[in-house]
Design a binder for this molecule. Sequence first.
Ligand SMILES: [Zn+2]
Length: 554
Amino acid sequence: MQAMLSKKLNMSRVFTFYFLLFAFSSCKFRQKADMIIHHAKIYTVDDNFSVAEAMAVRDGKIIAVGKNDEILKQYESDSMTDAGGKTVFPGFNDAHAHFIGYAMSLQTVNLVDTKSWDEVIEKCSAFGKALPAGAWLTGRGWDQNDWPVKEFPDNAKLNELFPDRPVLITRIDGHAAMANQKALELAAVKPGDTLTGGEIFVSNGKLTGLLVDNAVDLVSSKIPAPDLAQTKKAVLQAQQNCFAVGLTSLHDCGLDFGTVEKIEALQKSGELKMRMNIMLSDATANYDYAFKRGKIKTDHLNVSSFKVYADGALGSRGASLLQPYSDKPGWSGFLLSSPAHFDSVASIIYAKGWQMCTHAIGDSGNRTILKVYAKYLKGKNDLRWRIEHAQVINENDFHFFGDNNIIPSIQPTHATSDMYWAGDRLGPVRIKGAYAYQQLLKENNWIPLGTDFPVEDISTFKTFFAAVARQDTKGFPAGGYQMENALTREETLRGMTIWAAKASFEEKQKGSLEKGKFADFIIVDTNLMDCNVTDILKAKVVATYSAGKKVYGK
Ligand SMILES: [Zn+2]
């Protein structure tokens, strides 16, 4: 009896031994992955900011991250990518963009970096030749601050060139535009017309064609909406440009529900792979739609917030300031709606449990919104109500962000684009509270970063560089602009990935390379974390992966 038992035990030991030997030595027991990337330097952007070497992906999600030998021992795949030591980051997420606006802008005349009004006219003239008769000519990007003559132009030359074609060309910040006579006629704008939150410019009793803020909408609302085919062409082209700079997610700040439905259709068909957090615009029809349908959450789409505008932009002096502009005495800009409107939308958004995101540039615009937010949020909370731009903050108002967990959503390239003239607008004291990104970060210890494209370039590397070096692409100014507000590289990378995901309540699904998250990542030819700071601008995306599938790169 004793002997038999002992023999049985021995047999089972022998069996276990061979079983284990087999398991460890044979690849048959390695788990199958859809793809494996190895010999990489993977910045996972997890809580500890840990660096890994290899990653296995299945069904669009990360199933393991770790050292080369660990991953290669446990997983096998028909799709093996040797990164050759290159750097891997989570796919970038632009926390403030106008993707659809950008897509449509690719179908219009690009006036960015034009050096004079004459150059704008030349570009319009060339672009108009390819358009069908009578079709609207639209464009965006001119900035009179870049010209030798910094005064706003008038529409005389446009009227001469395009007597029968309506033309509307928007300033770089989207808050001012030039319309020709034909466009003004179609919109029935007449000299002497007035409206709230906007200005129609007149000289010697005649319309000059210049429209500011809400006045732009009088004309832009007459432009026929693009059909589905036009939208699709534009969107897919825009998506490819975004993949090329490493974006796999973005926030589109202010769309109507009709556009949301078009995006849903393109995502469902699999053509649009960009993951989008869409803020609905502040309009009655959007509130009705949203509260009837409820929040939308799929792998590619999140709709749970509203975008409200407090004021305009600093460049066109539409931002609302507490004291007059330093370069325009007696003028303080204006709010785009009454404080009562901001209060009433905050009240309904709060009651319905949605997220409120408000564009605020001037110190008065920001104070107005901070106070409305604080009234509803009443101290610490996790509703993540956002202020988009948070550009000029009075020194006494920073505490509102931390006290009420209000999230500033910032765009580092705005600092380096505006620095040439922002000091003229604000003077030496107020400018210290402008583009104060490090100070804003300290309020909540996290901050999402974006670009506001097409207002700025879509380039993620320009954002990274502007955040850490506080210089523009020409390397100006030497030593950086208001460097006390620079971000570290780690803060910058977090801001462009995990914190951008957190800004739409999606940090559990994406934003870092951890088990269970979407396999959205990029291979970059330059290690942004330890290269020379000037090399950041030379960095290139080698490949972009969305859900483990290569969407850009060879
Ligand atoms: Zn914007």
